[in-house]
Each structure stands twice: as C-alpha cells, then as structure tokens.
Design a binder for this molecule. Structure first.
Ligand code: F58
Length: 834
C-alpha cells in the first residue's frame, strides 16, 4: 500500500518520465527496469546479461511500435497510396538493437541509461543472436532494401519465411568446415510480435474440379489434400531519423486446426501427429545452398507457402481499403527477389480468377501490372526449374494456371515471330527438352512488367545472354538497378571511429544522404586528417586482431596490411586465387629469407554450402596453408593467414572497418554485383578487383587511380573459352605458377599427403572453368603494385579517403530511389504531412 503511494508521489514529482515512449535517459532507465521485472521477472541486481538484453530491446521495441502504429494509420487513412511488397525467401537481417538505436537517434541516451544501471551497452549488444535468415548477398540485399524503404518513407512490407533454423553456424575442426544448427530463437526474440488473428490457410495436394457458377460461367475449384496455416510474425523496420516505420512480416507454418482431427484423421492419432509435423516442417529450416538448388520438394513448398500467405494478406489489406480485387495493382507493387517467389504470378491469377471471379484478361493485366522481377545470377546452373510432376502433385491448380498462361503466351510469341520454333521452345515456361520442368525465370519474365539486373555489366550480360529472347519480345521491360548497401549499419554502427571523424569534418547529414561524403574529398590532401584516418583504422584493426586471437588462436600484427576476402566460398569467387598468391609470397621468402616484403595478414571468412565438396576443400586449403606459413620461423611473422570462422553479419561489422585491402577477384562476368565490395570501400579499404559486377561502377566512381584493377574482361573470358582455353599451357610457361602448384602437390601443406588437394590442382591444370591460370600473372603483378603503394602511407591513405568520399552512389537509398522511379512508380509518403 505504502509502496503504491510512494510511487504515485514519485511520478507526480517527475512528470517527464514516459515509460513507453520517452527518449530521455530517465524514461529509458525506468522502462528497462520495468521490463526487466514484469517481462523477465528479474531485478537489476540479479539479472543475467540476456535478461538485460531482453529488457533493453523491449524498451526499444515499444518505441518502434508507436512509430509503426502511426505510420500504418496514416497509410491506411489515405486511399491513394501504393505500397511496396518486397517478397524474398531470405532476409539476412543481422542484429537489431544497434541499428534501431541509431534510427531512433537515442544511442547516446541509451548508453548513459545502461551505464547508470551499472552495465555497458556494448556488452548488452554483443548478447544478441542475429537472425541469419539468408545465405549471403541476396538475403542481405533484402535487409538493406527494407531499411532504405523505411528511411525513404516508402510504405512497404517485407514478406518472407520465419525459419526456425537460419543459416548454419560454421565451426572449423582440423581445418574443415563443420555445420552446427542455428538455434537463433532459443533465448527468445524481443523484436517480433505474433499476429495469430491475421493467420491464413494455404492449400496443398489433391485435385481440381470444374463447376458452373450461378451465372453459368465455367469455374474451377481446388479440392486440396490438406491445408497449412501461416501465422505472421512482424518486426518493425524503423526509418533513419524519420517518423516512418514499416515492418517485416515473416510466416511460420502450423497445422490447420480443423484438419487436425478431421475425418481423414478420425481416430488415427499418429496420422494426426504426422500431419502436424509435416505442416510445421515447411518453415523449419533455410536451405543453405548459395547457388545450385536441388529439386527439393520441401523447398517448393516453402516458396508456395510464403507467396500464398503474403498474397492473401495483401488482398485482405487491399479489401480493407475498399479496393476492388481487379484494382490490386493500384494498391500494391510487388518486387520478386529472384525467382524464389515467382510462383506469385500464377498464385495471384488463381486468387483473382478462382476466388474473386475476375475475368482472365482483366486478372492478367492486374497481375502483370503488379509484379516485377530482379535477377541475381548469370550462372545457368542457378536458374530455378521444378519438375512438372512435383508441381502437379503439390499445387495442381497452380500448374493448370501456368499451362493456361503459357498457352496464351506462346500464341503471342508465334504471332510475333512466326516460324521461329527455337524461340518458342526457349521461351516456353515449360522445358520440354527431356523430363518436363517449370522454368521459374520464364514464368517471372512473362508475368512481370519490369525485369532488372543488379549492376550495369550484369544487366548488359543478361540482355546478351540468358534473357536475349525476352529483350527482343519486351525491350521496355528491362532496367538496371545497381545494388547498394545501408550506410547506417555498415558505417555508422560498424565504424563509430570513422563516423565521428567524418561528422567532425563535414557534419552529420551523410548517413541519410550519402552523396554528402563528396565533401570529404579535400581532406584527402590534409596530412592531419590523414593521420586521424590512419589512427581510426589502426584502432579498428586492433579490435579485430583481439577477436582473431580469441576465435582462432592466431596472433596477428595490427600494423601489417589486412588483406581481406569475406563472402560465400565459391569457385567463381576464386578464394583459391588469393591462396596461390600467398604461396607465391611464401616461396619468395623461402628462396630469399631476407627479402624485403610488405607484412600482410590474409583474412578469409565465409561459409561453403554443406554439399559443395570443392568449396569445403578450399576452406581446408586456406587453413592448411595458414598452419605452415604462420608457424615457419623463416617467415618472421611477415605473413599470417587466418580463416575467421562463422562469417555472419555480426562478425562482418567488425571485419569491414578493419580492412586495408578488399579482394573482389571473381572471374569477370560471373559475379552479378557483389555488395561486400561496397561495404569495404565505404570503410576506407582499397580494392583489388576484376572488371566484374559492381566493381566496374565502383572503379568509375572512385577513379581508376584509386582502384587496383587486373584480369581478363568478361568479353575476353568468353573469347578464350570459345577459342579453346588451355590452362596447362599457361602453367607450362610460368615458373612461379609451376612452383606454387608443385608446392601444393608436394604435400607440404597436408603432412605429406600428396592427394588431399589434387582435386583442386587437377581441376586448375586441366579444366579451370574460372580461369585462375589465365589471371594468375596479372593478379600477382597487381598485388606487387599494391605492396609498393602500401609503402607510401600518405598515398595509401589519400586513396582510401577518396574511396570513402566517392561512395555516395552505393547507398541502398539510391537503389531504392531508382526502383521507385523506374519500376514501382511510388513516391515517398510523409506521415507528418498526411
Ligand atoms: C547474389 N546472389 C549475387 N544468391 O551472387 C551477388 O553478386 C549479388 O550482389 C547479390 O546476390 C545481391 O544482388 C545470391 O546471394 C543466393 O544466395 C541464392 C540463395 C537461394 C538459392 C540460390 C542462390
């Protein structure tokens, strides 16, 4: 009683405290303390670090919800707003607490609040287990884009799958990758809210029937074998220093209740349980393949499940605005992140035609006007196709609709290109060259009003190569939108030292308007500024060095050049080309131990798909070379090789700021864009790279003199292939290359085992599909130039500062503006003015 009275008295004397939305230190402290008690049942004196992390995050989440609520009210009050639906099977979000504090502009207040409670914010932030719901670039791009849409005040929802297990955790045992299940939800997730009242059902299996409706129209209905319920989980996505807050809606699959003990399970308990397991399995795990996709039935179920849930949800929202079903495209612009959600084209047709009885032609116009498709790869083996039989078995009505779309489309092709049977069979949605497949890229190209690549070179190659027929048919559909990354996460949050230095020099507008960084250019010639820049980098390298020691046991020298390649492990990305360079340097030292050589620390990180043998062997090779080089007294610590385990967004945030040299060395024409390349440059690393993906545009922006270019061009790669490329000939004529390969084959890095790395060296000598042999000498020469440049510290830092200053183009804010103008025709919606 007296306590309650006391607190009343207290409140009356401190009227400024607002536990739910106050942004001042006192309100934050009180909110944390209350969450700690009422949600976690703890006091500040007996709290665990995780309970404290939960309380701090709930405190921030409360504030986000206020913004989300206001944004959605303003949007739903306005009948003329077109919303964006970003559909993606992956969202590689990374930790949430830090970015949300930056977006809300309360980092300093929270630091102080937590400190006054006796803790450090960094320790609390380190507690967060990141949602790794993506493989690599494609999933991370989706995360950057929903950040930028909120910051640009574009009303948008990200739609995807709430995988219970995200991308596996990687540990290294005896130099090999071992995969561990990612239990990211084990300690709870304070950022999401389940919305069971918005659940929807998705049909699977069974058969279709025709019937006559009350107007005597012939209609079809789908009698499924079973249904699965999708439960949405929402995570607020705050804009940077603006009041707009969107959300990410991820679907979890559950058994549909009425089916549980329905007639088909009547009295059969085990069958009912089996059905429950089968339903929950759909959103259980993310497929960890970063390029090739096997014809896995569960993967197709995942795709259809989240697409159907999302479209039903979007239709519900549309109808709530009093829209007519056929006006769906006026309410929504859908962006398909690769072909993974491209079944949306057929599913939207099914909803319009079967469920809302819209005429086919009207529905087709609505569908095509709604959907757009982004392609992320030129590698033919990565183009998705599904056996027709699997489609028929899982989603029979959707397949019928695809057949109908295809029939009508092929009629159009033959009338436009009479007699061109080659074109007809290449453009058909159904591949009939052998076993029949549904080609998902073709479905997307038929049913989307816009198709885009992710960098200029990539878009050009798309038009010349895999989508050539489509350009001839629909030239107006093609666009380029060069990728971008969010500077809030990858500079402001990851690199506070650099951010503060930039703010001191040019003010604090740049994180929301990255072109402002141009104002840094004059500072490149200012020796005092260069010195501060160098010292920020050195501090970042010390932090990374400590972490490397902790995670790998290897001691590295922070003043050596940090030469970094972090990305998924793949032959086309050529991590092994960098290994050949390391061995070449090692050989130079062995041949002449007193040689003057620039001290370097080679840092690798990245996951290999669990079934990708060659990629896993490359990881083993990196670790094996490291074991020898790091422990050879002749090297005198001048070279160190580190494989940083479990590369993820959290680790990335510590790695980019500490890099001196960024390795972007894919075979020209193979990397669609790359986005790590942008994150490195923004943090003041220089790039050594090929003319591939967005490297081309990065070099254009930073200037040829501030970029280390080497290697064949995409056109030269194609020419060499056409003219009979002979890697062994190159090997025979290059002594350094021969010595490098012989050293691997001698068993020097494999305890005398001369067979372990044979699959790699044999492949290079006899096939070399990614042309390492062709680029080897050019790469080595370029690396020698890098080393020469490094010796001139002032010059190196001048170049690095110019890289930072010229990265404006690569903010994902610019990419989103491009999508808005070229593709979505959507304008920012200012909720304050609404
Ligand atoms: C990547 N693709 C591209 N796919 O390789 C990269 O060049 C580009 O910058 C990035 O997309 C963003 O546009 C990529 O990450 C995947 O991870 C897929 C996951 C699902 C299976 C197929 C590959």
């Amino acid at each position: 009683e007296s306590n309650a009275n006391n607190s009343k008295v207290k409140r009356a004397s401190a009227p400024t405290i607002d536990v739910r939305s106050g942004m001042d230190v006192e309100s934050l402290k009180q909110a944390i303390t209350e969450h700690l008690f009422y949600q976690q049942g703890r006091n500040i004196v007996n709290t665990s670090l995780n309970d404290l992390y939960m309380a701090v995050s709930h405190t921030v989440h409360d504030r986000l919800l206020q913004h989300e609520h206001k944004t959605m009210n303003a949007v739903f009050d306005n009948n003329n707003v077109r919303l964006v639906s970003y559909m993606s099977a992956e969202f590689l979000m990374g930790p949430q607490l830090g970015v949300n504090l930056i977006d809300l502009n309360i980092m300093a207040e929270m630091e102080q609040a937590v400190q006054e409670l006796g803790f450090s914010l960094n320790t609390i932030m380190a507690q967060e287990e990141e949602p790794g719901l993506g493989n690599g670039g494609l999933g991370r791009l989706a995360a950057c884009y929903i950040d930028s849409m909120a910051s640009q005040q574009i009303p948008a929802i990200g739609y995807g799958i709430r995988y219970e297990f995200g991308i596996f955790d990687q540990v290294i045992r005896d130099g090999w990758q071992v995969e561990i299940t990612d239990k990211w939800l084990r300690n709870g997730n304070p950022w999401e809210s389940a919305r069971p009242e918005l659940a929807v059902n998705v049909k699977f299996g069974g058969h279709t029937e025709s019937y006559l409706d009350s107007n005597e129209y012939l209609r079809y209905r789908w009698k499924p074998d079973y249904m699965v319920t999708g439960i949405p989980y929402d995570t607020p996505i705050m804009g940077y220093k603006v009041p707009s807050c969107n959300f990410l809606r991820l679907w979890k699959s559950e058994a549909e209740e009425s089916f549980d003990f329905s007639s088909f399970n009547q009295g059969d308990y085990y069958k009912a349980v089996e059905y429950k397991v089968k339903s929950e399995n759909i959103s259980k795990v993310l497929y960890p393949n970063d390029e090739m996709l096997g014809g896995k039935k569960l993967r197709l179920k995942q795709q259809y499940f989240f697409v159907s849930c999302s479209l039903q949800d979007m239709m519900n929202i549309h109808l709530r605005f009093d829209g007519k079903p056929q006006d769906f495209h006026k309410r929504w612009a859908i962006q398909l992140n690769d072909t993974h959600p491209s079944v949306a084209v057929a599913e939207l047709m099914r909803i319009l035609v079967d469920e809302y009885h819209v005429d086919w032609d009207v529905a087709w116009h609505t569908t095509c006007s709604t959907c757009s498709y982004t392609n992320h790869t030129l590698l033919p083996e990565a183009l998705e196709k599904w056996p027709v039989g699997l489609f028929a078995y899982l989603i029979p009505r959707v397949l019928e609709i695809i057949f109908e779309i295809n029939y009508r489309f092929l009629k159009e092709v033959s009338s436009r290109f009479p007699g061109d049977n080659g074109k007809l069979s290449r453009m058909s949605i159904i591949d009939e060259s052998g076993e029949k497949f549904v080609r998902m890229a073709n479905l997307a190209c038929v049913g989307c009003c816009a198709i885009n690549g992710v960098a200029e070179l990539h878009t050009e190659l798309l038009k010349q190569q895999i989508l050539h027929d489509w350009v001839e048919m629909f030239p107006e559909r093609f666009h380029n939108v060069t990728n971008g990354v969010t500077p809030r996460r990858f500079v402001v949050l990851s690199n506070p030292g650099l951010s503060n230095l930039i703010i001191e020099s040019i003010g604090d507008k740049w994180p929301g308007k990255l072109d402002e960084l141009r104002k840094l250019e004059p500072f490149a010639d200012d020796a005092a500024f260069r010195e501060k820049f160098r010292s920020v980098k050195l501090e970042n390298k010390k932090i990374l060095a400590a972490l490397i020691k902790e995670r790998t046991g290897v001691v590295v020298n922070p003043s050596s050049m940090f030469d970094v390649q972090v990305k998924r492990i793949h032959e086309y990305k050529r991590q092994h080309l960098s290994v050949l360079h390391i061995i070449a340097l090692y050989l130079r030292i062995k041949q002449n131990p007193d040689i003057d050589i620039v001290p370097r620390t080679f840092i690798f990180g990245g996951k290999a798909a669990p079934g990708y043998f060659s990629a896993k062997l490359i990881i083993k090779l990196i670790n094996s070379v490291g074991d020898v080089v790091n422990n050879d007294p002749d090297v005198k610590d001048r070279l160190k090789v580190v494989f940083f385990p479990d590369f993820n967004v959290t680790n990335a945030q510590l790695i980019y700021p500490a890099a001196d040299l960024s390795e972007q060395i894919s075979t020209a024409g193979k990397e669609a864009s790359g986005t790590g390349n942008m994150k490195f440059s923004m943090n003041g690393a220089l790039t050594i790279g090929t003319l591939d993906g967005a490297n081309v545009e990065i070099r254009e922006e930073v200037g040829n003199d501030n970029f280390f270019l080497f290697g064949l061009t995409a056109a030269q790669v194609e020419d060499a292939k056409r003219n009979g490329y002979n890697p062994h000939f190159i090997y025979d004529n290059n002594e350094e290359l021969r010595n490098v390969i012989s050293m691997i084959n001698s068993g020097r890095f494999s305890n005398g085992d001369t067979n372990l790395f044979k699959p790699i060296t044999d492949n290079l000598l006899w096939h070399d599909p990614f042309m390492l042999m062709a680029d080897f000498s050019l790469y080595i020469a370029c690396q020698d130039l890098v080393a020469e440049t490094w010796k001139n510290t002032a010059e190196w830092n001048r170049m690095a500062i110019l890289n930072v200053a010229r990265m404006g183009k690569f903010s994902s804010d610019r990419s989103i503006q491009d999508y808005c103008e070229k593709i979505w025709k959507v304008k920012p919606f200012n909720i304050r003015k609404a």
